[in-house]
Design a protein around this ligand. Structure first.
Ligand code: TTP
Ligand code: MG
Length: 351
């Protein structure tokens, strides 16, 4: 019953290297702020060349530049990464196994009754296709449960492929620090240290009643995981968080006719996507990027669920006008996004 956990390597960074091959091999950071404010934001991710200098996700970019001044810096472009994530998802879907998307760059796949050798061969094929067809590196972990597969994947990063079978799991886990077990954060880690539990192997040997006294039901879960029992299931989810598109205007402008015509195109494409999934939406959002690279966003919630393109377009026009009114810069780029979905083709109730 192998489960695959696939996690893209330095995902936002790898997507940027794909469209900017000239940056490949140089330390690169993707951050939250526009280029001109690059010292003000936070590092979303960085490539492994940057990690060699100690730079990490979540770190203030100012600190990253202190660790290494000569960094390639790019502001995040979420829609582009979301599009690449969708391509990975589509490629995986072609194999017809249940897939759970766990984040923008992580997927769990249930291979059912397949043997481990075949699972490893198939994983190699998937990894190769993602590299060849999409130009992106990833790492795959294979094990007998969703949590274990993720841990194996973390262990094999970057550009890795690794299997840990049922009979090897306890040994794989035993020497790892308790903090490596998904679900154990800083606080729980400290509380475990207080009672002399440092490694996952120590949890396996602990008294389960005592663990439950201290940590409730999670005490039992960590005990079971530490002993090689991982019953978490791959659950296909159909709820997408949001659907949106953005586009650069032919030339920077403040002309409402030109801007609204672009909004109309975007609303049309978004509406097509929404229809493909059979959704209705309750929230409409817009984004505008000005000539000076600053951005503004605004969103509005409707009273009722809707799938009207007209309503999406009118609301977007209204909100964009409000955003542009407050500033004198020319507009370079606009975006439309809908969220808070209901419905969906083939949607399953999860709970
Ligand atoms: P991760 O998979 O955690 O990180 P990664 O893909 O950049 O690197 P690797 O898997 O090789 O260790 O996260 C996926 C993306 O999510 C990442 O590229 C950027 C984004 N992200 C943030 O925006 N903020 C964060 O704090 C983290 C950890 C990730
Ligand atoms: Mg990743």
């Amino acid at each position: 019953m192998p489960i695959i956990h696939l996690d893209m390597d330095y995902f936002f960074g790898a997507c940027e290297e794909l469209r900017h091959p000239e940056f490949k091999g140089r330390p690169l950071v993707v951050g939250t702020s526009p280029e001109k404010d690059k010292h003000k934001g936070v590092v979303q991710t960085c490539n492994y060349e940057a990690r060699a200098f100690g730079i990490r996700s979540g770190m203030p970019t100012a600190q990253a530049f202190k660790l290494h001044a000569d960094l390639v810096y790019l502001q995040e472009d979420y829609d582009y990464y979301d599009g690449m994530s969708r391509k990975v998802h589509d490629l995986l879907r072609g194999y017809n196994f249940p897939i759970e998307q766990m984040s923008i760059d992580e997927f769990a796949i249930d291979l059912g009754s397949m043997g481990y050798e075949e699972a490893e061969r198939l994983s190699g094929e998937i990894k190769g296709r993602i590299r060849k067809e999409l130009g992106l590196p990833c790492t795959i972990g294979i094990s007998c449960g969703k949590v274990f597969a993720k841990m194996v994947c973390d262990d094999a990063k970057p550009d890795g492929l690794k299997t840990v079978r049922e009979d090897e799991v306890r040994e794989f886990l035993s020497e790892k620090g308790v903090g490596k077990l998904p679900g154990i954060g800083k606080k729980t880690e400290e509380r475990l240290h207080e009672i002399g539990i440092e490694k996952i192997g120590d949890i396996a040997k602990a008294n389960v009643i005592e663990l439950m006294d201290r940590f409730g039901i999670f005490g039992k879960e960590m005990y079971e995981l530490a002993n090689g029992i991982d019953e978490s299931k791959v659950i296909e989810k159909y709820d997408v968080l949001s659907i949106g598109r953005e586009a650069t205007l032919d030339e920077p402008t403040r002309d409402a006719v030109k801007i609204n015509s672009k909004l109309s195109e975007l609303a049309h494409t978004v509406k097509e996507e929404v229809d493909k999934k059979g959704f209705t939406f309750k929230t409409i959002g817009v984004k505008v990027r000005f000539q000076d690279f600053t951005e503004k966003v605004k969103s509005r919630s409707l009273q009722n669920y809707s799938n009207s393109e007209e309503l999406m377009y009118r609301t977007a026009v209204d909100m964009i006008a409000a955003l542009i009114g407050g500033k004198e810069e020319y507009v370079r780029k606009v975006g439309v996004r809908v969220s808070s979905f209901s419905g969906g083709k083939g949607q399953k109730r999860l709970f």
